[in-house]
Ligand binder design. Structure first.
Ligand SMILES: [Zn+2]
Length: 107
């Protein structure tokens, strides 16, 4: 499932094969980079479906909240046994799910 199908030419594209080029338009706040992904076969711009990247962030939320609670209130929740392990597990599940289920879409 690491191979995604290009929505333009229908050829399988591994995430590693995707080429990048600089973004001409302004980038949206949730995009981490100012580059766009380009299919290596047909050169068309593809995006990863945002539906799945959103739930990847949901899995990362516990880790971020705990870091923020520690920062804001000085409550070190990581001292509770297994809390840190569970948080990292959720992050891994989120990233794994992202790689498994995201699809390329036309922008
Ligand atoms: Zn293509």
């Amino acid at each position: 499932m690491l191979q995604k199908i290009c929505p333009w030419c229908g050829k399988p594209v591994a995430l590693m094969q995707v080429k990048k080029k600089p973004l001409k338009e302004r980038y949206r706040w949730y995009e981490l980079s100012q580059t766009v992904k380009v299919c290596p076969h047909c050169g068309e711009v593809v995006t990863l479906s945002s539906k799945w990247s959103n739930w990847m962030f949901a899995f990362m939320l516990p880790l971020f909240s705990i870091v923020w609670i520690d920062f804001l209130f000085g409550v070190a929740l990581f001292d509770i046994p297994f809390v840190e392990a569970v948080c990292w597990f959720l992050v891994l599940v989120g990233i794994g799910g992202f790689y498994m289920f995201t699809k390329f879409e036309k922008p």
